[in-house]
Design a protein around this ligand. Structure first.
Ligand code: ADP
Ligand code: MG
Length: 369
């Protein structure tokens, strides 16, 4: 069914591109950029259904945050927006003032707070996925032009050289009792990128912030990352649409969520075409090339926003069979929705009864293959 028809009956569509003429910060004195000249006045808008909502542009994507529960919801939405802007300015790989930029340029070797947290989680999840998710992939990402906008196909020799600096085992992080972490690189040219985990981490942070502020009904989309707090106000679950990777005007299916996260990684989201070939923004750390396998999207359903984001990227890199096996054997608790390049859908049995399609069918992935 077409998006325009659906939009009124579902609460929100994951991955919907919001077309907004201008983005306004939420919160009374929020600066949404390290460059304060681009900061804008705040607006947290009242929604038709009695909630409070705010659009945010951060982490290179459009976001929307919505919460219910009277004036405290209004404040919580403003606080969540502020938190996202703060995380963006800490984690950006391109802003010269960010903690990650300073680490990459060896201007500092200590980080604290959220940056320390994200980096420790990144290294843990890199290990857990056998390096399919690897936060040291940045030199490769940049060589292909992602983050700089200067898209190109690097030479084999350039890729081979850059790959010698890639590997999560080249970074260690040692967090002291005071929360300050020392970051050590064993290779002088190794650089970090939180692009595949930052939005998920941010969604987890605002989830916890909402809970702390007494909110029990909220929903947010941070690019392809959806966060839900509790249920809808009437007590029913949230319904989130999974975009059809082949036709982004359409939905591949719907999943209900209750205090959970749904994160999608897809090759159709960011890419460039050259000489008839498509190059996507998700890299295979084992080859230094954009992923080109049998998957076209991976959606992870989890109680952890951080894990959901890192795993969506990792399972996309793995391809269909390895992704299924990873789900079967992992000790992390999550569900998966995989769509292959033929449009075939595969849903893990733990979430299959919450997944629905407008037409056609899907295959259920069983724990015992
Ligand atoms: P999106 O950010 O579009 O939601 P992902 O979460 O899959 O998608 O993250 C992709 C981003 O992460 C890329 O733009 C790049 O910065 C970085 N990246 C690409 N490949 C990998 C990888 N294998 N491991 C970790 N980070 C990656
Ligand atoms: Mg990700």
């Amino acid at each position: 069914m077409k998006k325009m028809k659906k939009i009124s009956i579902i609460m929100l569509a994951a991955l919907t591109a919001f077309s907004m003429a201008a983005f306004s910060a939420c919160g009374s004195s929020v600066m949404h950029s390290a460059d304060s000249s681009s900061a804008e006045p705040s607006t947290v808008a009242r929604t038709d259904d009695g909630g409070y909502s705010c659009d945010v542009f951060a982490m290179d994507t459009t976001m929307n945050i919505k919460a219910y529960g009277g004036s405290k919801a209004k404040q919580a939405v403003a606080d969540a927006a502020q938190k996202i802007y703060e995380l963006d300015s800490e984690l950006s790989v391109v802003r010269k003032t960010s903690s990650v930029y300073k680490l990459n340029n060896r201007e500092t070797d200590t980080v604290d707070g959220s940056t320390a947290d994200v980096l420790s989680e990144s290294l843990r999840l890199a290990g857990a996925t056998g390096g399919a998710f690897d936060p040291t992939i940045y030199p490769i990402v940049r060589a292909w032009g992602f983050t700089t906008g200067k898209y190109k196909v690097p030479s084999d020799s350039e890729i081979a050289e850059l790959l010698t600096h890639v590997g999560y085992d080249k970074v260690s992080i040692d967090t002291g009792a005071d929360g300050v972490a020392k970051v050590t690189f064993s290779d002088d040219k190794t650089e970090l990128d939180t692009g595949a985990i930052g939005k998920g981490y941010a969604s987890q942070v605002i989830h916890d912030l909402f809970r702390d502020e007494g909110i029990d009904s909220a929903i947010a989309t941070l690019g392809g990352n959806v966060m839900t707090v509790g249920s809808k106000q009437d007590g029913s679950s949230w319904t989130v649409a999974v975009e059809d990777p082949k036709n982004t005007d359409d939905y591949a299916g719907y999943i209900t969520l209750n205090d959970e996260f749904a994160v999608t990684s897809g090759g159709y989201q960011r890419y460039f075409d050259q000489n008839g070939k498509r190059y996507i923004h998700i890299m295979d750390p084992s080859t230094g090339h954009p992923v080109d396998n049998d998957l076209s999207s991976v959606t992870i359903i989890s109680k952890s926003g951080t894990e959901a984001d890192a795993l969506s990227t990792a399972l996309y890199v793995m391809g269909l069979k390895k992704a299924e096996d990873f789900w079967r054997t992992s000790d992390m608790d999550f569900g998966i929705i995989l769509i292959d390049t033929d449009g075939k859908k595969y849903v893990s049995e733990d979430i299959a009864d919450r997944f629905s399609v407008d037409s056609g069918s899907f295959e259920t992935i069983k724990k015992q293959a």
